[in-house]
Structure formats: C-alpha cells, structure tokens
Design a protein around this ligand. Structure first.
Ligand SMILES: *Cc1c(COP(=O)(O)O)cnc(C)c1O
Length: 455
C-alpha cells in the first residue's frame, strides 16, 4: 500500500513515511492509492481485534502483524471500559455511540492513543527524532499532549486559540509538566493556528532542519483509526446505519466516508455544523464561501477551513492533483470556490444541517429531562441534526466528548453542572504552564527553533 499526495506532486511513500511527515512536501495530504475491501471483522465485542482487521491492509507493508496487533491492544486497554466505544439506545432506532471513554474524554483519543504509540515505534526502529507541530480547537491538543508526553524522540508544540477553547480543554494541555510538551496560546482563531502550522511546513529548510511532523487530523493515521468505530457500530447493530457526525475539520465524517468506500453498510452520513456552517452551506448552495469564525459553545467545531475536505475533493476530481490544488488554492485566495463536480459528489455523499447554540442547548435539556442522559454541546449538534433530517432506519449519533469538558455550556442548558469524572479531577487543580504568542509566523517559528535547540 502506497500513499499519494492530494496535490499530485510528491513521490509515493509507504505508511511509516507518510506517518512521520504528516503533510506531503507539495503541501497536499496523503491518501492511500486505493481503499481495500473490508473483510470479516470477527467479533464486534473485541475492539482491538476489529481495529486490527480493518486497518492492517493499510500498514501491512511496513509493520509486522504481531507488532501492529499488540500496539492496538495496548492502546485500547487505556480506555475506561472493555467495550471501548459503548452504545446506548435513545428509542426509535436512534443510538448514541460514546467515543469519550479514553484518557482525555473526547473521540480524538481513539486515534491519538494509537498514533502516540506508533510514533514511538517508528522513531525507535529508525533511530530518529521529530518535532511535532499541531493546531487544536481543544480536544486534539489534549489528546496529543496526553499521548506524546515523555515519549523518546518527540518534541511537541501545540498551538491553540487563546480564549477560544474551554477551561477544561486548556487545562488538559497546560497542566502537563513534561519537558517535551510546549503549549502556545495564539492571539487568533483555530484557523489562524492551522495557518501558522502550514506556514512552518511550507518552509522546506525549516521543515527538514527540525524534522517537522504533524498529528492533526491531516495525518492519515488518525483518519484510518477512526474508520474502525463506524465498522464496529454497524457490526454490533447488524444493520445498515445512518451516522450523524458533529463536524469541524471534516476528519471524523471523512473517516465514515472511507468506511463506506471500504464496503461498510453506511446508509448515510450527516454533517452536523454549529454556526460555523461553511460545510452545510456548501451542501445547500454548492458554493464554498469562508466567513469569520464565530465562537460557540461547541468550540471544537469553531472552524471555517476544514482541512480534510481536501481528501474528498481529490477523490471527487478523480485523483487529479493539479485540479485539487487549483480548487484549494482558489478557495484560500478568493475566500470562495464553486465546482460542479465537487459539489455534486459532496451532495450525494452527505446530507447536512446547522444548529445554533440555543438549539443545541434545547437538545441537551430535552434529553436530560426525557431520558436522564447528559450529552455535550458537540453531540447535541449531531443529535439535533439527525432529529431535523429524520433519515429513517437505524441512526447513530456520534457522541464526541464527555459533557464534563464543557461545564459552562451544560450549566447554561440545564442549570446545574455535570458530574466530573475521576480522570478530570487532577487537571482542575494542577498548575498550568503555557506561553501567549502573537498570531505571527516569524515569532512562532523562532519559538519552535529556540526550544528545539535547547532539547
Ligand atoms: C474535534 C471534535 C469535533 C470535530 O471533529 P472533526 O474531525 O474536526 O470534524 C467534534 N466534536 C468534538 C468534541 C471534537 O473534539
């Protein structure tokens, strides 16, 4: 299995190479040359085994089966339930798939726990080290800090929008005292953070000197690990399923799309947006047009430039890298883009709905009152979108975070705070360390260069 760049101007590479590089040298995202067909996943109750069967074809050329199997088993042992992703029924054929039972209580752990182990495995085998640079809308940062703290050969720089994430999300990063972890609070939005990261990657000399790498959802390994829970949910339910997915950077819902391409019985995929609804407007109006980022009570979706969409665009344009590059750069330069082929493929692959903070809060209150189930503001957007679109058949809404990560929004919705799980108690009291930086590529670059020399 080899990996191609969505911009079509980078050499094909193997799994480990694309893992460690993160972003292709031509600025594109890596994608496997083809999607393998799903085979029997065995028992849907053994999550690590199912993960092995779904993902092994992607790594088989680079990682022996025994190594991959034990890596997955170790990673999923760190979840607080043997089911890893428990499912609860809400009635009327609607289910919640709880993706927040990992160490940082959001779905990012499902991939990041594996990616942390995978980096150490790959670097150890090659005797190399890397500087991992990431931008986060909150949960990726927490998951990455947890997964990479004290790892040999890895220095992590995590950029987050200052004031743009919840207190718990910030504390999950900033209370980590490991010397290889560097938290940078950027005076800007998540999109600004993501652009700073891309600027560092675009500087070839800097990139090579510091051996830059990425663990954002632009890294294929993350998308790959997220395919698994779609397949597992379908196997457990024994039926085809429509998934409703709270969406920001398009990573999670794209993984659902790949599951379908591999042959999983995905009936439909709902893109659920908060008021940063560029992906929903693109669906309904066929024009993708950027607007200012609005801060909402679902901050992990406060995004206008959804990086992973590039992978879907590349597919829709029949793996034409030049056409994909033209679409993406056209969008970045003009702030808007229209392409009938992409829009048509997008409309047939997904449906979409937008919910405001108020609508989300009403969903949280309703579910709490009717069923005594407390959901987080991102999950509420997903559930609300499913209720509005009423796809019929079996519907699974992805519960992407634990409500305790967003206490203020929960208080606003139901008038009382969520119970705080044991795993969060410690971060609420520990001292924080982070550096506030301007939204300026030169400054951020020099911080990365300085710290890298120290280590
Ligand atoms: C990251 C995140 C999302 C959005 O996922 P994408 O892959 O960026 O679309 C939704 N909900 C929560 C809680 C998240 O952390």
């Amino acid at each position: 299995m080899r990996y191609v760049s969505t911009r079509g101007r980078a050499p094909l590479v193997g799994f480990i190479d694309q893992l460690l590089r993160g972003l292709a040298p031509d600025g594109g995202l890596y994608l496997p040359e083809s999607f393998p067909d799903l085979t029997d996943i065995g028992s849907a109750d053994d999550y690590a085994e199912a993960a092995f069967r779904v993902t092994f074809p992607y790594v088989a050329d680079d990682i022996p089966a025994d190594d991959w199997g034990s890596l997955l088993e170790n990673a999923y042992r760190r979840f607080d339930t043997p089911e890893v992703v428990p499912m609860i029924e809400l009635g009327d054929g609607h289910f919640l798939l709880e993706l927040f039972h990992g160490p940082t209580l959001a779905f990012k752990d499902l991939a990041m726990q594996v990616v942390g182990d995978l980096f150490e495995y790959a670097l150890g085998r090659r005797g190399e080290s890397v500087t991992v640079i990431g931008a986060t809308s909150g949960d990726t940062g927490a998951a990455a800090v947890q997964a990479l703290a004290d790892r040999d050969g890895i220095e992590l720089f995590m950029l987050f929008p200052d004031g743009g994430i919840s207190e718990v999300q910030r504390r999950q990063m900033t209370t980590c005292q490991s010397s290889n972890i560097h938290n940078l609070a950027v005076a800007g939005s998540f999109d600004d953070c993501q652009d700073l990261v891309k600027a560092m990657f675009a500087d070839d000399a800097f990139r090579d000197e510091h051996r830059l790498s990425a663990v954002n959802s632009i890294n294929w390994a993350r998308v790959m690990m997220q395919i698994v829970y779609y397949v597992v949910a379908i196997a457990r339910l024994g039926d085809s399923v429509t998934f409703s997915v709270p969406t920001g950077n398009f990573g999670n819902v794209y993984a659902g799309h790949v599951a379908r391409r591999m042959g999983a019985r995905v009936n439909g995929l709902i893109i659920a947006s908060n008021r940063n609804d560029i992906l929903t407007r693109f669906h309904d109006q066929s024009v993708m047009e950027i607007r200012e980022v609005i801060r909402t009570t679902s901050p992990s979706m406060d995004i206008q430039v959804s990086s992973n969409l590039e992978r879907f665009v590349f597919e829709a344009l029949d793996y034409d890298g030049d056409a994909t590059a033209a679409f993406i750069t056209g969008f970045r330069e003009a702030g808007k883009v229209a392409d009938d082929r992409v829009a048509g493929a997008y409309r047939s692959a997904f449906s979409a709905a937008m919910l405001t903070d108020e609508e989300g809060a009403a969903i949280i209150a309703d579910l709490d009152a009717q069923l005594g189930i407390l959901i987080d503001p991102h999950t509420a957007i997903g559930l609300g979108a499913a209720r509005r679109l009423r796809p019929g058949g079996t519907v699974v809404t992805l519960a992407t975070a634990h409500p305790a990560k967003f206490g203020d929004a929960i208080v606003a919705a139901i008038g009382r705070p969520p119970a705080v799980p044991q795993r969060l108690q410690a971060v609420l009291n520990a001292p924080e360390s982070f550096e506030v930086v301007p939204n300026d590529a030169e400054t951020v670059t020099s911080i990365v260069a300085r710290s890298r020399q120290e280590f």
